[in-house]
Design a protein around this ligand. Structure first.
Ligand code: NAD
Ligand code: TYD
Length: 357
């Protein structure tokens, strides 16, 4: 199988590339523009593998994508490239519209031309897997969960741009017969996540005994899934999913933000005790505009039809992730200057903070 992964230098894309090359023995071409949230060092373990190649390209660049498809001749497209940080979408939506909507459109159009030129056998095997988010469904009340029939009600510029992309993908299946599948996944966590997301941000801040800015009441709920479980789910969908269908993927691990941040504090206190418990660093700050109250996913379709279920449990997965950040300062430190919440804060000296990093 020849895979083309877009956004393979990002958090989830790099986990997908490592899984494909390391576990599945697939041939992988990673196509990534290398924006601020990418890091080729996340791919060090496979960068010299004969089954892995990387090309720097923008999915909005039609000519580049046409030429890549022609040369690489992929069987499966795993489309992850996107602008992904909700807070950035609120302060500047333009790149979200550009990459998530126009980029997906460009990829669909170029793949349609490529698909039309394939032999019947290759056409039968071709799949375009569009990786989306549960955020397109909006916000849940205290009960219930999103599934494949949930209505689209995006609330942030990020989720609106992903919703638009989902609709384009659906239309390219129904109108042109392009064999597409869409996945809608809940919040991911794990190693190599850009430190502007809740778990890496709070872990790094707590390690350095810096303020932990919790939005609003801290009672907003997310359903956490380990990134390796997401990578396995995407492969299951690519290999055995039904063309034209969508799959909801979740971790059955609902936690409110305060619970997550407190768990991070407590674990770091055990590893690296200091003058005061880290929970003292929690600071409630202004809420995110349009902040969705709760996400939860009913994954029964992918479990029933594709025999997928999450292998990581949230407590041990979070603990291993915190350990990874604790030991990977050289990976995350260069990213800190791009993270607004961190860039504006002075870093305490170890003697002031009583902590190692
Ligand atoms: P990320 O920001 O870590 O990675 C995105 C990657 O896409 C980066 O490497 C970036 O350089 C690349 N990229 C951006 N614009 C590009 C362009 N125009 N052309 C080519 N490459 C481009 O994001 P992530 O968390 O790994 O998310 C990957 C995908 O999964 C996204 O589509 C996102 O919507 C979806 N998703 C994420 C989560 C989550 O919790 N992180 C949950 C569900 C779905
Ligand atoms: P985030 O990691 O940005 O993911 P998403 O918005 O895609 O769910 O945020 C997860 C939750 O954590 C969300 O409810 C917002 C909250 N949050 C904070 O309270 N403080 C922060 O500094 C960040 C980045 C997020």
């Amino acid at each position: 199988m020849r895979f083309l992964v877009t956004g393979g230098a990002g958090f989830i894309g790099s986990a997908v590339c490592r899984h494909l090359v390391g576990v599945e023995a697939g041939q992988v071409l990673n196509v990534d523009k290398l924006t601020y949230s990418s890091d080729l060092r996340s791919l060090t373990s496979i960068e010299n593998h004969p089954n892995y190649q990387f090309i720097q390209a923008d999915i909005c660049d039609r000519e580049a994508i046409v030429s890549i498809l022609k040369k690489w001749q992929p069987t499966i497209i795993l489309h992850l490239a996107a602008e992904t940080h909700v807070d950035r979408s609120i302060t500047g939506a333009a790149p979200f519209v550009e990459t998530n909507i126009r980029g997906t459109f460009t990829l669909l159009e170029t793949c349609r031309d490529y698909f039309e030129g394939l032999s019947p056998a290759l056409k039968a095997a071709f799949r375009f897997v569009h990786v989306s988010t549960d955020e397109v469904f909006g916000s849940l009340g205290p009960t219930g969960a999103f599934n494949e029939s949930s209505p689209y009600q995006p609330n942030s510029p990020y989720s609106a741009s992903k919703a638009a992309a989902d609709h384009l993908v659906r239309a390219w299946f129904h109108t042109y017969g392009l064999p597409t599948l869409t996945t809608n996944c809940s919040n991911n966590y794990g190693p190599y996540q850009f430190p502007e997301k809740l778990i890496p941000l709070m872990t790094i801040q707590a390690m350095r005994r810096q303020k932990l800015p919790v939005y609003g009441t801290g009672l907003n709920v997310r359903d956490w899934l380990h990134v390796e479980d997401h990578a396995r789910a995407l492969l299951a969908v690519a290999r055995n999913g039904r063309v034209g269908e969508t799959y909801a993927i979740g971790g059955q691990s609902e936690r409110n933000n305060l619970q997550v941040v407190e768990a991070i504090c407590d674990q770091l206190d055990k590893r690296d005790p200091g003058p005061q418990p880290r929970r003292h660093l929690i600071q409630f700050v202004a809420d995110r505009p349009g902040h969705d109250a709760r996400y939860a996913i009913d994954s029964s379709k992918i479990t029933r039809d594709l025999s997928w279920h999450a292998l990581h449990n949230f407590e041990s997965g979070l603990s291993n992730t915190i350990d990874w950040y604790f030991g990977s300062q050289t990976w995350w430190e260069p990213h800190l200057r791009s993270v607004q919440a961190i860039a504006s804060q002075p870093v305490l000296e170890p003697s002031e903070s009583g902590t190692t990093p």
